[in-house]
Write a protein that binds this ligand. Structure first.
Ligand SMILES: Cc1ncc(COP(=O)(O)O)c(C=O)c1O
Length: 441
């Protein structure tokens, strides 16, 4: 495409940008106008290598023809049809394809439009399940410090990020939190899963002692991404699963970023060897080409909610766009690509190279920890005195100006490239990042 023909904004005033420093951005905008394969292009035509798969979502790389054509074709056949008391074929097909990919037994799929909606849907299903099986007193939801489950009131409340909550009042009642698993004193610079911290799962026993049989579900990310790549200690998820099973509590995984090949397997559950009862997903489901999220539940959860309901609607929940035709088409095409190109296999094959490249930054000035798992890496920088986050933001801006997109959260640089990445891309990402870290030492 001729770069001159790309759309250019004529004013930046109206768009209230999400999770952004609007005042800074609008003073010095950094724009993306086109994307293809491993790269974005600015309106001026400058290439920026994508070290973050957009926002952890374009796992198959950008502008994939198969997905684009599936969306175009579906738009011409049927733009929209409701899924309340009606159906359209490709929503069912998309659900079946997702169910083929989720761990055995998690075979029922509820569609949403985002990770946030998936989180709230999963929590609502957990409550409905407990009520349906005669445990209506189980109204309590347990999250974890530093957990991110999107921005709905459910996900925000069960999530454990103070900064995301401080503007918004009282949150959901009946929520409690496990401690996070980040332990740099014992685990700094670990490659893959840390050795120390399995005992942190036992805090769930303390919460059970406190709250008795009022806990409905525990929700965690298999690998926490948004708060800076926190990889679960060895044995931790196994122990959580054990305690949940012994105490009538559902285990929910938020797989919004760990799903669809990111950890070298279809879902994080497979790589980590521990299967939840309910799993959320979004992002990689459609390669982010059309917004879509989903919640997969065990057959037991579905059967209990559906079969114990009086005749009529069984779950009073749903979105106008649940199973939207364009999103369903995008999902079907994405999951086909995922299989044909064995994206999890590609991620697995390059993971050792990625890991070594990430850990090669260990001696760079001000690097205090490096974490990685699958095709994720987190590089933690020492904060500047009195200015948390400022250093990483400088690094982010320099990387962008030098042609590599990274993501920062606090003083942590988080990387999660498309799974089609090759070794020269890996070298360029970490080379550019290293230069930026040195520049702001
Ligand atoms: C684990 C997790 N859950 C939920 C969300 C929210 O997804 P969305 O922004 O699509 O609502 C995210 C987004 O990054 C996430 O990482």
């Amino acid at each position: 495409m001729n770069e001159m023909s790309l759309p250019r904004p004529n004013n930046l005033d109206s768009f209230w940008m999400p999770y952004s420093d609007n005042r800074h951005f609008k003073g010095t905008p950094r724009m993306l106008a086109r994307a293809e394969g491993m790269s974005y292009y600015t309106p001026e035509g400058r290439e920026v290598l994508d070290g973050t798969a957009g926002l952890w979502c374009c796992n198959a790389g950008h502008g994939r023809r198969e997905i684009v054509e599936a969306i175009q074709k579906q738009a011409a056949i049927m733009d929209f049809a409701p899924t309340f008391q009606l159906g359209h074929p490709i929503a069912f097909e998309a659900a079946a394809r997702v169910a083929e990919m989720t761990p055995a037994g998690l075979d029922k799929v509820f569609f949403t439009n985002s990770g946030s909606e998936s989180a709230d849907t999963a929590l609502k299903i957990a409550l409905a399940y407990q009520k349906a099986r005669g445990q209506a007193q189980r109204v309590r939801l347990i999250g974890r410090e530093r957990g991110y489950h999107g921005v709905g009131f459910g996900g925000m409340s069960v999530g454990g990020i103070g900064g995301n909550r401080k503007q918004f009042g009282a949150m959901l009642p009946y929520v409690d939190h496990l401690p996070h698993t980040h332990d740099p004193a014992r685990n700094a610079f670990t490659k893959g899963q840390p050795e120390h911290g399995v005992e942190l799962a036992n805090h769930l026993m303390d919460l059970i002692a406190l709250h008795g049989d009022t806990i409905a579900a525990v929700m965690v990310e298999p690998v926490a991404g948004s708060t800076g790549v926190l990889v679960p200690p060895k044995g931790y998820l196994e122990r959580l699963r054990e305690i949940c099973d012994a105490n009538g509590i559902l285990l929910i995984y938020d797989e919004v970023i760990t799903g669809f090949g990111r950890l070298g397997t279809d879902f994080g559950a497979e790589r980590l060897g521990v299967t939840p009862d309910i799993m959320t997903m979004a992002k990689g489901l459609t390669n982010a080409a059309v917004p879509m999220g989903a919640v997969a539940t065990s057959n037991e959860v579905y059967d209990t909610v559906v079969n114990n309901a009086p005749a009529g609607i069984e779950l009073f929940h749903g979105y106008t766009y649940s199973g939207h035709p364009l999103a369903s088409a995008a999902a079907i095409a994405t999951l086909a690509l995922h299989r044909e190109e064995d994206l999890p296999g590609r991620a697995r094959a390059i993971e050792p190279y990625w890991q070594e490249a990430a850990h090669s930054l260990r001696s760079a000035p001000g690097v205090v920890d490096i974490r990685d798992f699958g095709l994720i890496a987190g590089i933690e920088l020492a904060p500047r005195e009195g200015k948390p986050g400022a250093r990483a933001m400088d690094v982010f801006r320099k990387c962008f100006d030098d042609g590599v997109l990274v993501r920062v959260t606090g003083d942590i640089v988080a990387l999660s490239p498309p799974l089609i990445i090759e070794k020269p891309h890996v070298d360029r990402i970490f080379g550019t990042l290293s230069d930026a870290i040195h520049a702001f030492a």
